[in-house]
Ligand binder design. Structure first.
Ligand code: GTP
Ligand code: MG
Length: 581
């Protein structure tokens, strides 16, 4: 590796492809407490389909992971590079400011490098030799960020030394590749684990998410020193797919905490502040100003929309350099707690993430979910359904939230809601359930294909159905704000579509169990058969582009066409798809 050849310059290079990434990272595993050690645990837990919670390695708390990642991001710079660059010289140049801990390159409308220094001071040192560009007739608004631009001096002299860089992949596999991988798998369990491995956020993608938050924090800190911008949602709850949005939350609590700690003696000192009529108005004002600031001065922030009248006001924008679609909120501590809860559930048993990923991909493939808000079911709701289902197994695979509350070390009340649950994963006993992923997937579809949605509510706090308190077609109790329904938006027709597809998928898996094509036959089977619509869409897209189609793809298209014809005459909501086509 180049990083090694420049001696101590770089302790670790993350520039290689995902499949190769595991190897160099393992070298760090002797350092317990590093982010890489977390990664190994993640690899271990996602790599095998063995049942039960077999991994006995001590697991980190959510807050520990968040703090380590945040600190790592603060030591990192993002550099837009020329398309070709001499990597060795690039690293040598940067290491004048201090040793580099890791780096990787990626492409997003140009070549970028994320470079993590060992010390924060190195970033300041680098910033001190960085200039504001002179743009000719245009004017630049000076802003000293950690998002930099690298230019080549005397580029003509350097041409012979420049080389293409190996980039880390930031996107999920194409439908065609996924289809091939799934068809080559050895079992349905293997398929579910393959899907997880291919779609889960990579180490580099996770770093980029924390780095993007850190860069936005620099902008927000101009108004609110001591603020923090924290990622939440699927970027951190372990259920994020490559390409998912980046939910971030502007945390101003540190500012309040500071004053509380400093009070002593008979006097109490308070800051003079502006008063506004409500918490909501305060949130709107803060986001309005930060949105304006990102729009006017935020390097790399484009398409900024201030959506301040939503139930949860937010600023939406694209971060061009990372390629992430970002949603910035504030005063959203309960959502961060929900992310922690899902992270806990995801870490408790190796089957949870594999099952959630497959259900999410299945729902996306059948257009049950969408990136546009509407009457569809959300990924968050689907995850709650999987958790609930796993709580209902015998013996249960996941504990109820009420049980996690009994193990808690401290009480946690947020905005009057009891959000108490155990933070130390090692206090939770592993499940004795040994069911396979194949069985669980089939039973998931059967369970929800026959669930009494008209009268029952899904409740992960108690892990059992309850009478619906209101008339929404789908009722999933919010785990912390218990009077709220997280799926209130879902219409009856969308729920019916979910139920129909769940029944059909259970049926497909059931049929398959009896008569499965051999993995070498290249016929869609198991999970591949369930995800067919996305393969079909993609194939027809590539056909429009007039790319030569292989014989096998033609066969697949024929099979989809014929199943489509059968579909139109199908009864009982079941698509008579032939896995033997
Ligand atoms: P993606 O679809 O991959 O983005 O999943 P996500 O979990 O990030 O979902 P989303 O971006 O829609 O929401 C981000 C986070 O906000 C979720 O993980 C939850 O913590 C929270 N959240 C989303 N929807 C609801 C809801 O209806 N009620 C509550 N209380 N929280 C929600
Ligand atoms: Mg999200």
């Amino acid at each position: 590796m180049v990083a090694c050849s420049v001696g101590l310059l770089t302790r670790l290079s993350l520039r290689v492809q995902r499949s190769q990434v595991q190897h160099p990272l393992r070298r760090l595993l002797s350092c317990p407490g590093t982010v890489a050690a977390d990664l190994r645990r993640e690899e271990q837990s996602s790599g095998s389909a063995e049942t039960g919670s077999e991994d006995r390695t001590p697991k980190k708390r959510f807050s520990e992971v968040q703090n380590e990642r945040r600190e790592q991001a603060q030591r990192t710079v993002l550099i837009h590079c020329p398309d070709k660059i001499n990597e060795k010289k690039f690293l040598k140049f940067l290491s004048q400011h201090g040793p580099i801990n890791s780096h990787f390159f990626y492409e997003s409308f140009g070549l970028y490098a994320a470079v993590e220094f060992c010390q924060k001071e190195s970033v300041t040192s680098l910033q001190n030799i960085t200039r504001t560009p002179s743009l000719g007739p245009e004017a630049a608004i000076p802003f000293k960020s950690r998002y930099l631009n690298l230019k080549l001096r005397n580029s003509l002299n350097q041409t012979s030394e420049l080389s293409s860089i190996q980039c880390s992949n930031q996107s999920s596999p194409s439908s065609k590749k996924l289809y091939q991988l799934l068809c080559c798998a050895e079992s349905v369990d293997d398929q579910l684990n393959t899907l997880l491995r291919e779609f889960q956020l990579t180490e580099e993608n996770t770093r980029l998410r924390y780095l993007t938050c850190s860069l936005i924090e620099d902008v927000a800190a101009a108004y609110f020193p001591d603020c923090a911008v924290r990622p939440f949602g699927s970027s951190v709850n372990s259920f994020g797919k490559l390409g998912c949005d980046l939910d971030m939350f502007l945390d101003l609590d540190e500012i309040g905490k500071f004053t509380a700690q400093k009070t002593s003696g008979n006097f109490l000192m308070e800051f003079q502040v502006k008063n506004v009529p409500s918490e909501r108005v305060a949130t709107q004002k803060i986001l309005s100003v930060i949105g304006e600031c990102l729009d006017q001065f935020g390097p790399g922030c484009v398409g900024v929309q201030r959506i301040l009248n939503a139930r949860c006001p937010l600023v939406r924008f694209s971060h061009q350099a990372s390629g992430f679609q970002c949603d910035l909120t504030t005063n959203n501590r309960i959502a961060l707690k929900s992310s922690e809860l899902l992270y806990m559930y995801g870490a408790l048993d190796s089957r949870v993430r594999a099952l959630v990923f497959s259900v999410r991909c299945w729902a996306r493939a059948h257009s049950l979910t969408s990136s546009i808000p509407g009457a569809w079911i959300t990924n968050f709701s689907l995850t709650m359904m999987v958790i609930f289902f796993l709580q209902r197994r015998s013996p249960p695979i996941l504990p109820t939230l009420d049980y996690l509350k009994t193990l808690a070390e401290d009480k946690c009340i947020i905005e009057g809601h009891n959000c108490t649950f155990v933070g130390d994963l090692n206090r939770i006993k592993p499940s004795r359930n040994t069911e396979t992923l194949e069985l669980l997937l089939k039973e998931f579809f059967e369970y929800f294909g026959n669930f009494a949605f008209n009268k029952n509510s899904i409740n992960i706090r108690q892990g059992r159905e309850q009478n619906k308190p209101e008339s929404s077609p789908l009722h999933i109790q919010n785990p912390f704000e218990t009077s709220l329904n997280v799926s209130k938006n879902v219409s009856q027709s969308q729920l019916q579509k979910f139920v129909d597809l769940a029944r059909e998928s259970a049926w497909i898996l059931h049929q398959e169990g009896k008569d499965r094509p051999s993995p070498s036959s290249n016929q869609p089977w198991g999970l591949a058969a369930l995800l067919l619509p996305s393969v079909a869409n993609n194939m027809s897209l590539s056909k429009k582009k007039k790319k030569p189609a292989s014989e096998r793809i033609k066969n697949l298209l024929d099979s989809i066409k014929s199943s489509g014809a059968e579909n139109s005459t199908a009864t009982n909501g079941r698509r008579a798809i032939s896995t033997q086509a």
